[in-house]
Write a protein that binds this ligand. Sequence first.
Ligand SMILES: Nc1ncnc2c1ncn2[C@@H]1O[C@H](COP(=O)(O)OP(=O)(O)OP(=O)(O)O)[C@@H](O)[C@H]1O
Ligand SMILES: [Mg+2]
Length: 248
Amino acid sequence: MVRILCVANQKGGVGKTTTAINLAAGLARSGSRTLLIDLDPQCNASSGLGIAPAPRHPLILRQPIHESVIPAKIPNLELLPGSRSFQDVDALARSDESQADLLRQHLLRELEGYDFVLIDCPPSLGTLTQTALSASTEVLMPIQCEYFAMEGLTQMIQVIRGVMQRFPGRLEFGGIVLTMYEAALELTHEVDAEVRDFFGEIVLGTVVPRDVAVAEAPSHASSVLDYAPRSRGARAYIELCMEVLERE
Ligand SMILES: Nc1ncnc2c1ncn2[C@@H]1O[C@H](COP(=O)(O)OP(=O)(O)OP(=O)(O)O)[C@@H](O)[C@H]1O
Ligand SMILES: [Mg+2]
């Protein structure tokens, strides 16, 4: 069964795209056939892998997925590029439940050939994120270790619960991952303790340190695993991969 991981948090800049790219790269390197879907109109997952965004989003045009994916430089990894088209963003923002459901069905139709599908969501709880959640089997939520980390999470959890009720037995909490972790800061430990206290088991043991190599990798159209394999960031993402593989 294909595992579909929705990487989501309505808060911006928490490490969703970075986690989606590096986790996808790590899973692909471990031999899993992996697809990364860029659902964010910012298209950072596409450009971070050195792939140009599509003029229109292949999902919105309901193009067959296998005709729209682009192989990344990493073996076993393919990307369904995002699109910056205002027309598509606008159409989605105004789409109703039946249109969202068509999108969901289209998304699900051709994913069976993969072991893992990761969906990089925009920083919002709008139609795109909800559609991604409803198509997914797991939600992975990166949280940045900073003061406002927990704010807004209640709404996020409500939306996730709503999707779980609409499609019972499908979506699970795949985990929360702490990103941009700075062990030297007291604040980091406070946020870590607060998040683990509140969410318990679903917080993954691996934390991703703040590491400049992680931030630099996309400007080289690479994952950090390829750009700086020995960096702390690369090691953390490999560990995260193993944790995700074990959590099956
Ligand atoms: N572990 C890390 N160490 C250093 N910099 C990081 C790390 N993780 C992410 N960053 C940087 O933080 C910024 C935000 O990360 P990213 O784009 O992954 O967040 P996002 O949640 O996808 O943002 P958005 O909500 O805009 O889509 C980027 O500049 C990225 O390079
Ligand atoms: Mg992003």
